[in-house]
Design a protein around this ligand. Structure first.
Ligand code: 13P
Length: 341
């Protein structure tokens, strides 16, 4: 393992103004996104959609990396340029989702465990040959007001995250470590903070115990936010303060960057929250984004699967990237949303 090399890649991904586009939706997930705009999900429609994203001019100023799905890493532009090569040429580092999704955790009703460790070393070797320089593994932490997640749910998921991260570093790939405490449900912001604290505390103990170098990874956490069905929603400042407090308690300063998931927040909220957190800086780590829905929802709405609307879709994408780029330094303002027109 060359820690300096891993550290350089991680820092390039979260360089000034930059963050990550998560475009690694699995087959069923991208189908759900396309269903919402009445577009059939086929290998070609998925390829075309990703091509629209990856060829948008200007986004290289705001994207340090893009996370791809296995199928997408094997796809190319219309002119036959593999997506990984296209992105690299534009100075955007290609990454790959390597987990195989979450299943029910045995003997723990209501909880999940992520699969995909078997054969992972060989897959990482192939992905690296294909140009991937970082990877992602998502652990899904279900949450309720009292009993979920269990200690076992936290232990098994963080253990798997650390095993994945160790394998990545051994193969010269920067692991993005993603323990996602879900936003679903009625729990309040304090409960989200309590659970996220337990998860992050355990996660960094596991990473350390398994020899993972903190300098060579990126953390992809949820923000500290109330459940979507909680009657008591939180202000932007409350979310920012709780999130920064929780991260400061548990994330070592050696970690180069924290790249948030959006998790079901609106595009505007996700940008606003990131902006508020960066306004509270300086922080020991870069605070950035690795958004899926919060970068793509406006693009899908503008595109509607129609060739005649590609330009509109790319404008929407560039705007979203630019606003999140501004949120990296606390320069975003809600009034800037009007440009979306
Ligand atoms: P969202 O930003 O839509 O939560 O997706 C990010 C991601 O990659 C989840 O694994």
């Amino acid at each position: 393992m060359n820690i300096d090399e891993l550290n350089q890649v991680a820092r390039a991904i979260v360089a000034e103004r930059k963050g990550i586009l998560a475009a690694d939706e699995s087959g069923p997930t991208i189908k759900k996104r396309f269903d919402a705009i009445q577009l059939a999900s086929s290998e070609e429609s998925r390829r075309r959609y990703r091509e629209i994203l990856f060829t948008t001019e200007g986004v290289e100023q705001y994207l340090g990396g893009v996370i791809l799905y296995d199928e997408t890493l094997r796809q190319s532009t219309r002119d036959g340029v593999p997506f990984a090569e296209l992105l690299s040429r534009r100075g955007i580092i290609p990454g790959i989702k390597v987990d195989k999704g979450s299943k029910a955790l045995a003997l723990h009703p209501g909880e999940k465990i992520t699969e995909g460790l078997d054969g992972l070393r060989d897959r990482l070797v192939e992905y690296r040959q294909m140009g991937a320089r970082f990877a992602k593994w998502r652990a899904v932490i279900e949450i309720d007001e009292h009993t979920i997640p269990s200690a076992c749910g936290i232990r098994t998921n963080t253990h798997a995250l650390a095993r994945y991260a160790a394998l990545c570093q051994e193969e010269g790939i920067v692991p993005i470590v993603e323990p996602e405490v879900l936003m679903d449900g009625t729990h309040g912001i304090a409960r989200c903070e309590e659970v996220s604290s337990r998860v992050l505390g355990k996660l960094f103990r596991e990473l350390d115990a398994q020899g993972v170098a903190f300098e060579g990874l990126l953390l992809k956490p949820n923000m500290i936010i109330p459940g979507m069905k909680c009657p008591q929603q939180a202000s932007v400042q409350q979310v920012a303060e709780a999130t920064v407090r929780c991260l400061k308690r548990h994330v070592p300063a050696a970690v180069p960057g924290i790249v948030f998931l959006s998790g079901g927040q609106s595009a505007e909220d996700a940008t606003d929250h990131l902006n508020a957190m960066n306004n509270m800086g300086p922080h020991p780590w870069q605070l950035s984004f690795s958004y899926g829905r919060a970068l793509q929802a406006p693009v899908l709405a503008a595109w509607q699967g129609q060739e005649s609307r590609v330009e509109k879709a790319q404008q929407a994408f560039l705007l979203r990237c630019r606003l999140n780029g501004l949120a990296r330094t606390g320069e975003y303002g809600r009034e800037m949303e009007k440009e979306a027109g």
